[in-house]
Each structure stands twice: as structure tokens, then as C-alpha cells.
Design a binder for this molecule. Sequence first.
Ligand SMILES: Cc1cc2nc3c(=O)[nH]c(=O)nc-3n(C[C@H](O)[C@H](O)[C@H](O)COP(=O)(O)OP(=O)(O)OC[C@H]3O[C@@H](n4cnc5c(N)ncnc54)[C@H](O)[C@@H]3O)c2cc1C
Length: 144
Amino acid sequence: MTERPNTLTAATVVRTARPTPHLIRLVLGGGELTGLPVGAYTDHYVKFVFPPAGVTYPHPVDMATIRREFPAEQWPRLRAYTVRAWDAAAGELTVDVVHHGDEGLAGPWAAALRPGDPVLFRSEERRVGKECSERCRSRWSPYH
Ligand SMILES: Cc1cc2nc3c(=O)[nH]c(=O)nc-3n(C[C@H](O)[C@H](O)[C@H](O)COP(=O)(O)OP(=O)(O)OC[C@H]3O[C@@H](n4cnc5c(N)ncnc54)[C@H](O)[C@@H]3O)c2cc1C
């Protein structure tokens, strides 16, 4: 199967919050989020990209290029997170990461993030969820 090109998006952490003790809310921003194709479907998710230690990828780059040009041991690990909110006007993307404890990849990573930290992700258009109506889009926020 041919992987569709999907350039990785470089973002920065705008703020974090702990709505509950085991939930880490990440709000991401940055110029590359402008026009992010989020909001058409209710189950949009992103995949955070975790390169192995010491490995950096050129930017912009997509996963197909990484898999073609880097040896397998330098491919990143990925973790999927459902878009909790997308504020197109502010260019802010919100995801909620469950913190399962000190083990694992994404949980401890999310717990350590601070405003200004860089984040790399791939935006996914899953398109198996319900198509988002105008009303749904206008309500796509966890804060009301
Ligand atoms: C389409 C999709 C959307 C997703 N959306 C979200 C989301 O919005 N928020 C979110 O938090 N996760 C979401 N996930 C799950 C997420 O991708 C990770 O699998 C999860 O966060 C665990 O990653 P980790 O690196 O912290 O743990 P890992 O390194 O994978 O595992 C380390 C340890 O964490 C613990 N652990 C991991 N997963 C669970 C679990 N489900 N229950 C209990 N203990 C667990 C176990 O002890 C495990 O040994 C989604 C997955 C998919 C496929």
C-alpha cells in the first residue's frame, strides 16, 4: 500500500493543564497549525512523533520520506491522540493525554512538557467518524 504524503507539523506547547489528576491537557500552537484540516469529522486525531534519541529529521518531512531515507532503527514511534478542540481563529489545537503512570512513552513525555517546548505531529484524517455539521463545528470545544 502506498502511504499518502502527509507532512509532519511542528508545533509548540502553548499551555498545559490538569483537569483531573490523571489527565494532561495540551494546547498546541505555532505558525504551522494555520489552516490545519481539522473539524470536518468528529474523530480527527493526531499522531505525536517520537524520534529515537539523537535522531533529527529534516523539516518539512513526511513519514513516507522518513521510512524511505532513514534506516528502520531511526524511524520514530508514534502515538495517536484524538483532537479535543480546534480553535481555528487562535490556531490552537487541544488534546487530552491520559497519564497512566511513570511508565511508557507518551504519558511521561506529556507530563514533562512546558510552554514553549517543541512538538512534532502528523495530522490524520480518519473519516470513519460522523461528518461534522456546522453546529457541531461551532461547538467543537471542551470548554462549553
Ligand atoms: C485513534 C486513537 C486515538 C487515541 N486518542 C487518545 C486520546 O485522546 N488520549 C489518550 O490518552 N490516548 C489516546 N489514544 C491512546 C494513545 O495513542 C496511547 O496508546 C496511550 O496514550 C498510551 O501511550 P503511552 O506511550 O503513554 O503508553 P505505552 O508506552 O504504550 O504503554 C506504557 C504503559 O502505560 C500503560 N497503559 C497504556 N495504555 C493504557 C490504557 N489504555 N489503559 C491503562 N494503562 C495503559 C500500561 O501500563 C503500559 O504498560 C488513542 C489511540 C488511538 C488509536
